[in-house]
Design a protein. Structure first.
Length: 715
């Protein structure tokens, strides 16, 4: 029953890969043509149709097209489909609810929207755009792009919900296959397997992705399929089956390179298991199939950077674009050798070790020890009793423990270990059918209930999510709910941009830097201007400083160079960071994008570089709100003898507060300003003066940002 779901993802992936192949050939031959996109799309469609025809000949060689489609969707199993639909409703409803707000993940704005659509030739017009991620395999982002272009920005992220449904059906098939082979006499209610499948996919890092454009889930169903192919026998001829296995492995590592350790383990097991049956050419050529899908991206990286796996393993490949070190995020993973063996306990006490979000999965804790016990128990029992069931448990548990250690040793980052959560859950579910002693059954059942409770609390109640949205507010603000729900299917990224000051037409270049880089947004807004990513970790620091000094800094003196900031950036010291790099924010404008929350702006900040050997910056940030001391709640005064550029604005987050007055007055430097509609009027004011005096008599919070420039030569 999983095959229709997997087939759809395969079709989309094949279409995107064939398009990339054509675009890569255009890149190789330095060909630029207005028909390039059309040629790529036609090739993709033709390749997909040809592949479907070949697949039909392999799987259904003697039946008609209509019958093969009926068999693929197994229309004789309507009851099972209805039960699966019933148990999947919580996931579907969660996905729909999280489609009301758009994904605001920092990574999406930084590089994922760029990876979804960029042309291989575009890097020559930019510097460091998308930082290191330009050279990550973009195939998963391409698949998300199809959904975004078809359904709009909000609903495009529903692909992750579809992937979770694919996992649910795949787990259901796995459990059913196990029972048909090893427990054919066991009787159980028809609803039991769908409920257990729902339990398996109800895991923290799995559901964490719903509503976002993160690609962590996309390869997991195929990784689970590799486990299925190793543990269960298929009716296909062995040679075809083996080719499919290694091509699937190739797809998995292309969809997520950090799945390479898991793919390597499962591929090694399969290769050893069938080694004697392979001919000599097969022993050599079959493993090489793993390079088939990522080949174009490996070649592209080699040409662009001098390393096929840039920036990984750069001690080996030694690309000049990155320091000679192996890329690794040392925030995560065990600090000491012994922690490798108790990592689920270590992360319980230090939850920032496994993700920056502090999300802790009890599935991993319970699963780790349950599977260790399973391996030990089955190994001891099999020495005296031959049991196919225990042998299956031993193989599956040993495999997932190996996955867990591979994750801990390589990254220690469990967002990339979703397959571990899934298989740990399956082992717990399968133990119920082995009917252990009642007290053991009770422990397993209670651990499953507690883990499910904790995950449901994290994902549904606390709304922990990768889309970086506070969904709980939608329950209390029906207007926000309705306004944003209306934008579904009307929030495409290439139209309906509101730019009151026509600032985008004036921009000559975009830059980005820490702490929030929004390269992809700049690229989407104006694809014909260069983007310079000045994050020092994106390339070798010397190369970044050279481009900044020789190109960017002179460009700011006579061209419109802009930096983009979201609400989070404005509240989080984006302009302070700009000043620390020697740039003065001279103008700030607001634009409104259909793929942002309704009424939420994107800030376009014009910057100009100053010679820091002559000029010194003084940055001041102040809020006028009711949390201040009484004398500072409604009034602010600042004077200086230096040049000053000040920005005064209603605090960026307050547009979502419906209890504040709709209209109010504020006086700035003696001029009374009336805000008739706080959700629509422009409430961003710029002052270039030597003093700033603000008075107001309402509870609307205002943010004041002052950049004071001191000329050292005048002191």
């Amino acid at each position: 029953m999983r095959r229709p779901f997997l087939l759809l993802i395969l079709v989309l992936g094949l279409f995107c890969w064939l398009k990339d192949l054509v675009n890569f050939l255009f890149y190789i031959f330095h060909s630029s043509s207005h028909v390039e996109s059309a040629v790529a799309s036609i090739t993709g469609i033709g390749g997909v149709l040809a592949s479907l025809y070949i697949a039909k000949k392999i799987y259904y060689p003697s039946v008609g097209f209509g019958d093969s489609v009926k068999d693929l969707f197994q229309t004789n199993r309507r009851k099972e489909w209805l039960l699966l639909l019933l148990v999947s409703l919580p996931v579907i409803l969660l996905g729909l609810f999280r489609s009301v707000y758009p994904c605001e993940c920092v990574d999406t704005y930084h590089y994922e929207l760029y990876l979804q659509d960029y042309n291989f030739s575009e890097t020559q017009h930019h510097f460091g755009l998308a930082s290191l991620r330009t050279y990550f395999f973009p195939l998963p982002e391409r698949i998300f792009s199809l959904f975004r272009h078809l359904f709009g920005y909000r609903f495009g992220a529903m692909l992750n919900t579809f992937i979770i449904l694919t996992l649910l059906v795949s787990v259901y098939d796995f459990l059913k296959k196990f029972l048909s082979l090893y427990k054919p006499s066991v009787k159980y209610p028809a609803i039991l397997l769908p409920i257990l499948a729902l339990f398996v996919i109800t895991a923290d890092y799995t559901l964490f992705n719903i509503g976002s454009y993160k690609t962590d889930l996309l390869g997991v169903p195929f990784l689970l399929e590799l486990v299925y192919m190793v543990l269960f026998v298929d009716v296909l001829p062995k040679r075809i089956y083996s080719i499919l296995f290694f091509l699937t492995a190739s797809l998995v590592i292309t969809l997520k390179l950090t799945f390479l350790p898991y793919t390597g383990i499962i591929g090694f097991v399969y290769y050893c298991k069938h080694f004697r049956k392979f001919s000599l050419p097969e022993k050599i050529l079959l493993p090489l199939c793993v390079l088939a899908v990522p080949s174009i991206y490996l070649l592209y990286n080699q040409i662009e950077t001098g390393s096929p796996l840039f920036p990984f393993f750069n001690k080996i490949f030694r690309s000049p674009l990155y320091p000679y070190s192996n890329f690794k995020d040392f925030r995560f993973g065990p600090r000491k050798f012994y922690e490798t063996f108790i990592y689920p306990i270590v992360t319980f006490f230090n939850r920032q070790l496994n993700t920056e979000f502090g999300l802790y999965s009890y599935r991993l804790l319970f699963g780790y020890f349950a599977n260790l016990i399973t391996v030990i128990y089955c190994w001891i029992r099999l020495r005296s009793v031959k049991s196919p069931v225990l042998q299956f448990f031993l193989y599956l548990s040993a495999l997932v423990i190996a996955f867990d250690y591979a994750c801990i040793i390589t990254t220690g980052y469990y967002r990339y270990g979703i397959i571990i959560e899934i298989v740990y859950g399956m082992v717990l579910a399968l133990w119920l059918f082995h009917r252990p002693k009642k007290w053991i059954m009770a422990i397993i059942f209670l651990s499953m209930v507690f883990q499910t409770y904790d995950t449901v609390n994290n994902i549904y109640v606390l709304n922990r999510n990768l889309s970086w949205n506070y969904y709980q507010g939608l329950f209390h603000n029906t207007k926000r709910l309705k306004d944003n729900a209306k934008m579904m299917f009307h929030d495409y990224t290439d139209d309906k941009i509101k730019d009151p000051d026509n600032v985008i037409d004036s921009v000559d270049a975009f830059i980005s830097m820490q702490p929030w880089a929004h390269d992809a947004l700049g690229w989407l807004l104006k694809r014909n201007v260069p983007v310079y990513d000045l994050q020092l970790e994106g390339r070798t620091p010397d190369s970044v400083r050279k481009v900044e000094k020789e190109i960017v800094q002179p460009l700011t003196t006579n061209k419109y160079v802009a930096l983009l900031a979201t609400n989070e950036g404005m509240l989080g010291g984006m302009i302070r960071s700009v000043n620390e790099r020697g740039y003065l924010a001279t103008e700030i404008h607001k634009i409104y994008l259909p793929y942002f929350k309704v009424d939420e702006p994107l800030y376009v900040i014009r910057v100009k570089h100053l010679d820091t050997s002559r000029y010194a910056f003084k940055y001041i940030e102040q809020y006028l709100n009711i949390e201040n001391p009484p004398d500072k709640r409604y009034n602010f005064t600042y004077r200086t003898k230096n040049e000053m550029t000040a920005f005064v604005e209603e605090a960026p987050y307050s547009f979502d507060w419906d209890f504040l007055p709709k209209s109010y007055d504020i006086t700035i430097n003696g001029k009374k300003i009336t805000i008739a509609d706080r959700l629509k009027d422009n409430k961003l004011f710029t002052y270039k003066t030597d003093s700033l005096i603000i008075n107001k008599n309402n509870d609307v919070t205002y943010q004041i940002i002052i950049q004071e420039v001191e000329d050292k030569q005048k002191q």
